[in-house]
Design a binder for this molecule. Structure first.
Ligand code: NDP
Length: 218
């Protein structure tokens, strides 16, 4: 199996890369923004379109079984209705969390189509659930709602090509983004997420669920 994870230099992405790299008969690739430290890593800033040409070229003869769109930002963390939220904050969130996911998937569709049972896992967030809307974090919530919607529509259009798409909430995880008082460790999130990805297929395509399998309302 061949797996590619975006945002693999720290946090959940790094944990996912380490998990897959340790599995038998699995080749794990990761993308990082900074200069890659080894051959398993590819340089990619998901806000820079030219990087996707290089990514597609690197995977031109690879059959990619699993793509995990993990790279994400939360630029309005701690901001409230009283904060002046600049348009740049909105652009940054959508550029990484939505357009970045779209560009990644678009660049890797040919590689995914070479695999037998290809899957795309989008790391969204329960904060993007429109049904559960407690207020606040407007920018991050809107970007994650958008990427969940993108994944749901892609699941429909990619079904005839045999590509399954799932959207996942990784839990509230102790990473730079989640903070040190978050609920769960990175290892617990990775164990849950990888089990969910393994359960992703044509029958489950379009799911939005938590790392522990709990369905999340759209
Ligand atoms: P971290 O902040 O720890 O890591 C974010 C990762 O995304 C880093 O590897 C970072 O790279 C990468 N990244 C950010 N911007 C870009 C970019 N422009 N191009 C490429 N890579 C980029 O976050 P987490 O590991 O906690 O989060 C991973 C995913 O899980 C995100 O999508 C997040 O929204 C989601 N999530 C996290 C939760 C949590 O509690 N932690 C809860 C719900 C969802 P760099 O080091 O270069 O900045």
């Amino acid at each position: 199996m061949r797996v590619l994870i975006t945002g693999a230099n720290r946090g959940i992405g790094q944990g996912l890369l380490a998990h897959y790299a340790a599995q038998p008969e699995t080749v794990a690739f990761g993308t990082v923004r900074s200069t890659p430290a080894d051959d398993a890593l590819t340089q990619l800033d998901v806000t820079r379109p030219e990087g996707f040409t290089d990514l597609a070229a690197r995977f031109h003869d690879v059959a990619l079984d699993l793509l995990v769109c993990n790279a994400g930002v939360y630029p309005d963390k701690g901001m409230t209705l009283d904060t002046k939220i600049s348009p740049d904050i909105w652009s940054q969130a959508f550029s990484v969390n939505v357009t970045g996911v779209w560009m990644t998937i678009e660049a890797l569709l040919p590689a995914l189509q070479r695999a037998k049972t290809p899957r795309i896992a989008i790391i969204s967030s329960i904060m993007g659930s429109s049904e559960r809307a407690p207020g606040g974090s407007y920018v991050y919530r809107a970007s994650k709602a958008a990427v969940t919607n993108l994944g749901r529509n892609l699941a429909v259009d990619l079904a005839p090509k045999g590509i399954s798409v799932g959207m996942y909430h990784p839990g509230w995880v102790r990473t730079d983004m989640g903070g040190s008082s978050a609920d769960i460790s990175r290892d617990a999130s990775v164990a849950g997420l990888t089990a969910r990805f393994a359960a992703l297929g044509p029958e489950t395509s379009g799911v939005f669920e938590s790392y522990d399998g709990t369905p999340i309302p759209f």
